[in-house]
Design a protein around this ligand. Sequence first.
Ligand code: K7E
Ligand code: CUA
Ligand code: CA
Length: 645
Amino acid sequence: MKDIDKTPDTLPDEGRRKFLNTAAFAGIAGAGASIGLSACNSDKAAPAATATAAAPAEASEFGKYEVPPGELDEYYVFSSGGHSGEVRIYGLPSGRELKRIPVFNMDCMVGWGITNESKAVIGTRPDGQPKYHTGDTHHVHLSYTDGTYDGRYLFVNDKIHGRLGRIRMDTMECDKITEIPNIQGFHGTFPDKRDPVDAAINHTTRVFCGAEFSIPLPNDGSVLEDASQYKSLFTCINADTMEVAWQALIDGNCDLVATSYDGKLAATNQYNTEMGALYEEMMASEMDACLFFNVARIEAAVKAGKFINVGGSSVPVVDATKAANQDPKSALVCYVPIPKNPHGVNISPDGKYYACSGKLSPTASVIEHEKVLAWFDGALDDARKAVVAEPEIGLGPLHTGFDNKGNAYTTLFLDSQIVKWNVEAAIKSFNGDQNAQVVLDRIDVHYQPGHGFTSMGETRESDGRYFISDNKFSKDRFLPVGPLHAETAQLIDISGDKMKLVADHSVYSEPHDSIIVRRDIVKTRQIYSIDDFPLAIKDPKESGVFRDGNKVTVKITSQAPAFSLRDFKVKVGDEVTIILTNLDKVEDLTHAMAIPKYDINFVVNPQQTQSVTFKADKPGVFWCYCTNFCHALHLEMRSRMYVEA
Ligand code: K7E
Ligand code: CUA
Ligand code: CA
């Protein structure tokens, strides 16, 4: 029925998903016997490819999730952009995209990577160009106060170059980027929620960062092939200064990161305890681990001078390897064994449990926070005893979101499902209660989910209303647009007993993780303060061309529909800096300046100042024009740059 109006050449390839699963299983099978995976095969997985089994909500109910023209969404969604290097904002439940925030990428719409101000954030090479043009954002998290979002900062990782970006939430622009020394594959990140020692500090002051790829330390070419000498570091960054505070040398690797509500522990799951360099090696052992860092002890060790420095970096590096942490009472870290290649670690909103999924094991391990603390006190003889439940929930479990009723929602990559399970029931079942009903519901998603997350689910204010499944494949869900498909963010209503799929939102490739934030938490400003910009030109009369040798500064202001300079003259060979202040104070009145053949375009929002610097290497007349539609005379809003030969 649903394919009835498609021409044969646009019919989706029903075999593709089957192939995907078969290929995935072939890889797993190659590693030898795996827990529970023999139960699955492509025949079992295939029916979901055409599945309508997960009946969508009654047609008449869809209107409940629409946002009529003129009304506003209830939630913001902040979403990573994957290898687009950016962060996106969309509204929920509408799914309307509101903004893209360039962070690690270049963006000519706003001039990110083009203006001097953005280059100062990104960092530059000796020739003045941005140090990197690429980035890979996976995880976005807001800063906390008292266990819930405070709307100050959004933190996002760059996996490619090992950088942490910070976005200030009032302007929703990136204000700082920190490159982490001596790591590669910076993957999981999470801000802390309070200080482990000082009870008065109940807000985010640290951001933890996990390095997924082990590398030689130092990575200076003296070690290449010998992977047994590679190491991985777990990093703590000061959330206010964005300086690297300390690093911890570990065995194995880091993947995702979670933080406790009491500020005492930071966790990272690891799938490569084998320290393998090839994927077969990384799947060799039946058990991997989830690490818990004792933040207070690590910082005491740093204070006491018990650290080393690595590869010319001045960052203190503490020893969190297994060998150096045998005595729990002084250990900096606790290694909790978890079945086969876990992916994802998430803490429940009550702060009691971490869910760490098996990925290659069909289980989610539930780790009790108090038990990990007990291990550090010497009151738990075996770290594995911190695992208080390990329900079988399905194939390829990855990430878990929580509602406000003690239920967990885990994405199942291989099964293409979301499974709803009850945490306390899982603990009862683990303790032998045969009647405990652990799995409460399952719903098909389309297709192959990565992250899943609930509304406010990473805070103590988790509200149990929505779950979003960020899926890796969308195939037949949208009009075909060539080989590169849209991704899907599927909206699921979790307020009732049964999950209900209520919307398919298309998303540009390729989001990994997102958070759903109540709109009252976010407070933005619509107009800048002119005093925020040291270079601001506060009066059009200050405009002009100012020469110092062959360095020329051109000061211009914009006020719809004109630039303060109708023309300006420079000479070939000059280094030209254009400073543009938008003197308009009207909300939504943004101007821009593009310069043909000089590869320049950037916006100036109301009361904002931005600048660009370039070499005047081409003589002639160049029409500098406003690219952002601002006025009935927007097309007429221009200035001429004369470059004298
Ligand atoms: Cu599972 Cu980078 Cu969070 Cu992607 S990671 S899905
Ligand atoms: Cu100013 Cu268009
Ligand atoms: Ca492994």
